[in-house]
Design a protein around this ligand. Sequence first.
Ligand SMILES: [Zn+2]
Ligand SMILES: [Zn+2]
Length: 411
Amino acid sequence: MRHYTALALTSLLLAACGQAPSSEPELRWLKGNTHTHTLWSDGDAAPEQVAAWYAENGYQFLVLSDHNIYQDHERWFPVAEDGVGRLKPSEVDLLITRFGADKVELRGEAGGREMRLRTLTELKAEVERAPEGGAGGFLLLPGEEVTSSFEGRPVHINAVNIDGVLPALQRASIVELMSDTLRSIEEAGAASGRPVFGHLNHPNFGWGVTWEEVAAVKEERFFEVYNGHRSTRNHGDSEHPSTEEIWDRALSRRLSGPDGASLLYGVATDDAHHYHGNLTSPTGRGWVMVRAGSLDRDAVTDAMNRGDFYASSGVVLEELEVTGDRYRLRVKADGDASFRIRFIGTRQLDGVTGPVGEELMAFSGNEAEYRFSGDELYVRAQITSTRLHPRPYLEGDHEMAWTQPARPSLR
Ligand SMILES: [Zn+2]
Ligand SMILES: [Zn+2]
């Protein structure tokens, strides 16, 4: 597994220097959300409305990850003429005003109308735009929230950059279910010839997945350290670890094992369902910043697979450089906000693992550097702004960012 780590670090170093092999385009940061719902499953807005929100609010890519569905077929959604369903007549009128009558297909008589949901192909044609002068642009990445459970415990895994629906599986344990679902995503990628990835969603939702299970599934390479839906228990409780604690515990167990194991990357997402003022899971709470050479589905997916991204609920980085011997970052200034930068990791000396997820170093200010001593199993950074999140997951949450764990080259 040393090999894997070296590769990841090399690519991060290349990326950090803003250089790439001469045939490659220059790398830039792309803002994206990989977890969103629409009327295709349990979201409360039409897919074109959801995509338009992200396209108009500074994002460069979006995954419409509806539950166990791929938006590729004919689907008619009932209009709630009595005003109590998810597609109200007033919403239909707004869609017509905004997107044009020719884009809103209705059938049926007054009192029993249905609206056809736009397919991914139609949406891509309508909302995607190329970057101008190397900036901006908007892209829809195909995806699905593969939604299953074991003995009432939810296991939700987002499959990204797939070309068709993947079935929800049933297995005899959480570990088997996660492992086989993630394998099915990899197999879909092998079949299509495209890079893909799966991320485990909200492990604490319904106390679905424990940190031991996250640690045990070697195919599990991405998980949601932050999910904007208020049912997902990011902070854990007195009996359950927070998502950050799950991250540290799982990394420490994996990386201290005799066979080594892959790193675990953290993503932040909206898991948006609500687009009309309900604050349970609105847009704009959490996202990823991905460093890629082009705004292209495979390039974005490749960058995620390299670990060249960070998770954010508001904090933006200007610089992020991770090499085999140091971890350096600079936070983008944000008015009068100040920042606490903490390097977190677990050390191992003479085969003995130290405290899990300890604070190795902390700085107040806009930039920080951590030099590896060589005894770290991994190091990651957590940045907290003094600015309160404007539409928080939990009242009192501050804007934050989480960068990916890295291993020292000396190990
Ligand atoms: Zn879910
Ligand atoms: Zn979801």
